[in-house]
Design a binder for this molecule. Structure first.
Ligand code: MF3
Ligand code: CO
Ligand code: CO
Length: 255
């Protein structure tokens, strides 16, 4: 499959979808607190996307995924399914939102803390955020995706954390997951070369322990094999003439 370079009309639709995605994460933030269930977070996001944004939550029924958002708690790496479990003091949770508006996708996720923050959880979430930001700052026409993967891997390893290899970022547009695969590890000078008009995500999954993952019986929930904590942040990006536009940047976010 080839990488789809977007034209100006398509990019404008990506901007709209990206903004809506960012708005959902901002909307849900104050609801993430002790005692709330991940099902309740799912319902609030679903209703907001469908009723307020007049948009579609992309995960719902995607390859059979049963809910409208992904909620990945503590040692869950990604694709956590909202359920009746209540958030408790000390939990960390990634909320991953993908919205379809006018045929185009926006995809973004963020970490939230419930109550007291352990030093490890804080360091891990901070390192994962730095990995995303340093990747974003490298984006411009002419660089290789391997340059980004290598920089992310190096930054995680410096903190003695590991990088999940089984899941990656992806091209995005009319498709949820388009080419290319955006690995969060790799060698400089390898992989696809970025061109103006490409749209893709960077979404590093960083583990406090070993990098290895396994999928639970529900066929979706991805956890760390060693049950260590995992953190992830994600943005949808556009390659511009001279650099990058972050299509899912939140209003309070400084990159
Ligand atoms: N939003 C995830 C990503 O960043 C994909 C979730 S697929 C689902 O690519 F089916 F689990 F929703
Ligand atoms: Co994604
Ligand atoms: Co996502």
């Amino acid at each position: 499959m080839a990488i789809i370079v977007k034209n100006e009309q398509q990019i404008e639709k990506m901007r709209v979808a990206g903004k809506l995605t960012a708005d959902v994460l901002e909307m849900i933030a104050p609801h993430v607190k002790r005692g709330v269930t991940t099902d309740q977070l799912n319902q609030i996001c679903h209703d907001f996307i469908v009723n307020e944004q007049k948009a579609i939550p992309a995960p719902l029924n995607y390859h059979g995924f049963p809910k409208s958002i992904c909620t990945s708690l503590n040692h869950v790496i990604c694709h956590g399914i909202p359920c009746d479990k209540k958030l408790k003091d000390g939990d960390i949770i990634n909320i991953d939102i993908t919205v379809i508006k006018d045929g185009f996708h926006g995809d973004s996720s963020a970490m939230f803390f419930v109550g007291k923050r352990s030093i490890l959880a804080e360091r891990l979430a901070q390192n994962a955020l730095e990995c995303l930001y340093l990747g974003i700052k490298m984006v411009k026409p002419g660089i290789h995706l391997g340059d980004i993967g290598h920089a992310i891997e190096t930054h995680a390893h410096k903190a003695r954390f590991s990088v999940v290899q089984e899941y990656c970022g992806h091209g995005i547009g009319e498709g949820f997951h388009e080419d290319p695969q955006v690995l969060h590890y790799g060698k400089p000078g390898t992989g696809p070369i970025l061109k103006k008009g490409m749209t893709f995500t960077i979404e590093p999954m960083i583990n406090a322990g070993k990098r290895h993952s396994r999928v639970l019986q529900d066929d979706w929930t991805v956890v760390t094999k060693d049950k260590s904590l995992s953190a992830q942040w994600e943005h949808t990006l556009l390659v511009t003439d001279t650099g990058v536009e972050v299509l899912t940047q939140r209003s309070d976010e400084v990159i």
